[in-house]
Design a protein. Structure first.
Length: 344
């Protein structure tokens, strides 16, 4: 019987690898994966505590989760959206197997964010709403910059943000790479590093090739005030593809500031979602979840130019006299990449 379970576990892992790759290829930011796409497990083996090997402790953790009666995709070994004896059988058959670096990174993400399934715990940790709700995303919550790590190096155990639905249920965590937020006096929150679009992104992230970052350009946040934040995501707006003059009040532009009390503008930032709490048939690192907030407007509604995928690179952004440089020029900024010649 154990041999049968082991063969089934091996087959499940092979199917998971193939399915995840297909889902990532099929999925774009402006559309969801095919409805018939089969979900795959978050982990390749049952190393839930992330110590590198499947042990009795992992099976104990799984049993505890089953007894809680609360579903978490992280523990769903056969990706059937249920936690039951079938998952325990798979975990038992995998005893002694070694986990991958990706498994251990995902385990770190789960271990250090599981408390935020209670949204009050997230608020106490400094998380606040960052965007209104969008279909496939819900509301993005982010750590306030004085408490979080916006702009820091990638750390799988320290995601910068969380995705919640309207009932306060946690679906995913997300990672951010971009400029440090600017204070009203013009100083930057830590780490304050200079930011160059597209410069470093695709070497950072989770182990392997499954994670696919996406980016947002010319983003205008309205209602976002880090010093006196709202806890009601409905009071926020999120628009893309806008210049500073289109986003900010004139006095902020005149001072060369990308901020006003309740308005923030950023030239570009990059994001990566990890759907470790609600299983996503489009893949663990898909840009969106087709079942999240279906009654909310699509993310594409935030675009100044309709029918443009917000993750598509604009060929002019990194180069001299390009759109990105023109935007920065409105604030009196001349980034180093704006003086470089276009690379063929």
């Amino acid at each position: 019987m154990q041999a049968i379970h082991q063969r089934r576990a091996v087959l499940a892992v092979l199917l998971a690898s193939a399915g995840a790759a297909l889902a990532q290829e099929q999925h774009g930011h402006a559309e969801f994966c095919a409805p018939a796409t089969k979900p795959t497990p978050v982990l390749s083996t049952s190393d839930f505590d992330g110590d590198g090997t499947v042990t009795r402790n992992d099976i104990r953790l799984l049993r505890q989760q089953l007894r809680s009666g609360q579903y978490i995709a992280f523990f769903d070994r056969n990706a059937d959206r249920l936690l039951d004896r079938k998952d325990i059988a798979i975990a038992t058959a995998e005893a002694g197997s070694q986990s991958t670096q990706l498994d251990r990174q995902l385990a770190a993400a789960y271990a250090r964010t599981k408390a935020y399934r209670n949204i009050r715990s997230a608020i106490r940790a400094g998380f606040v709403p960052w965007t209104p709700s969008f279909h496939g995303h819900g509301a993005h919550w982010v750590q306030r910059p004085e408490k979080g790590s916006l702009g820091y190096a990638f750390d799988p155990g320290a995601p910068e943000g969380l995705n919640y639905d309207a009932k306060g249920r946690l679906w995913a965590v997300f990672y951010y790479s971009g400029p440090s937020p600017t204070r009203l006096d013009g100083t930057k929150y830590p780490p304050g590093d200079s930011f160059v679009p597209f410069a470093h992104l695709y070497g950072d992230g989770f182990a392997g090739e499954q994670d696919v970052w996406h980016h947002h350009n010319g983003v205008c946040f309205t209602g976002l005030n880090y010093e006196h934040p709202t806890l009601d995501a409905r009071k926020l707006s999120f628009r893309q593809g806008l210049s500073p003059k289109q986003c900010l009040p004139g006095n902020a532009v005149a001072k060369g500031l990308p901020v006003a009390p309740d308005v923030k503008w950023t030239p570009q930032f990059h994001m990566l979602h990890a759907w470790i709490y609600e299983l996503n048939r489009c893949g663990t690192f898909a840009h969106a979840h087709p079942d999240l907030a279906p009654g909310s407007p699509p993310l594409e509604s935030s675009l100044a130019t309709p029918n443009v995928d917000p993750q598509d690179p604009h060929p002019a952004y990194p180069f001299a006299r390009g759109t990105m440089c023109a935007w920065l020029g409105e604030l009196g900024q001349v980034a180093p990449f704006c003086t470089q010649q276009k690379q063929e």
